[in-house]
Design a binder for this molecule. Structure first.
Ligand SMILES: [Zn+2]
Length: 218
């Protein structure tokens, strides 16, 4: 639970002076939860504002004190899934040279897309096994900030096929033990032992050289 003050409130939308809710972005769904008992269905970053979309409209005024509650279990699943997506991307990249072309992190089922030509169930289970081996090593996940010029000199820091680091001077770096280091803004677990077991669900062909892999954590 966190306390905050209303900055602006309009219809079903409210912006607070501070929030624990992580907005949608970078392939991650937003957090959900409640503000003063009213369900928060989605949280979206618009410019510098983080707008909470509520299930119902409230007549809040600027300065009103409210308290927010995050659906922490759901958030933790998002963190587990997202950290897994990084490890999986790194494993697939190392094993095949493929780059990530997209991802969507949901609490129940997540996916990562790779620019791979040949791919099948057997390969998926090999990759998932390697992911689980890494997860079980209990790797520490560290977050720190680095100057963009410095970050871009580190090989493999940006594995996204179509996206260089955003045009920021300072990048947030997320390092998962010796397995993956990325410029990244999303939420992660602190140690891979929080992830549990990664399960490969299925694969899909999305075009000639685009392969989609679905997974979950248990
Ligand atoms: Zn990420």
């Amino acid at each position: 639970m966190f306390d905050a003050k209303v900055e602006t409130s309009e219809g079903n939308m409210v912006v607070l002076d501070q929030t624990a809710f992580n907005p949608r972005g970078g392939g991650l769904v937003s957090d959900t939860g409640t503000i003063n008992g009213i369900r928060v269905v989605e949280v979206i970053k618009e410019g510098d504002d983080i707008t909470h979309h509520l299930e119902a409209g409230m007549n809040w005024k600027r300065g009103d004190a409210v308290s927010g509650v995050l659906d922490w279990e759901r958030r933790h699943r998002i963190m587990r899934m997202h950290t897994t997506a990084h490890i999986l991307s790194s494993v697939v990249n190392r094993e095949s040279g493929a780059l990530i072309t997209g991802n969507q992190i949901n609490p129940d089922e997540s996916r990562v897309d790779f620019n791979l030509e040949s791919f099948d169930k057997d390969k998926m289970s090999v990759y998932i096994d390697k992911v689980n081996q890494a997860v079980q090593r209990g790797l520490e996940v560290r977050t720190y900030f680095m100057k963009r010029e410095e970050a871009t000199t580190i090989p493999g820091l940006v594995k996204l096929a179509n996206a260089a680091p955003p045009s920021l001077d300072i990048l947030r770096i997320v390092e998962i033990g010796d397995v993956d280091t990325q410029a990244d803004g999303g939420v992660h677990v602190r140690n891979t032992n929080e992830i549990g077991t990664v399960v490969g669900l299925r694969t899909e062909n999305k075009g000639k050289s685009n392969r989609r892999m679905y997974f979950t954590v248990r």
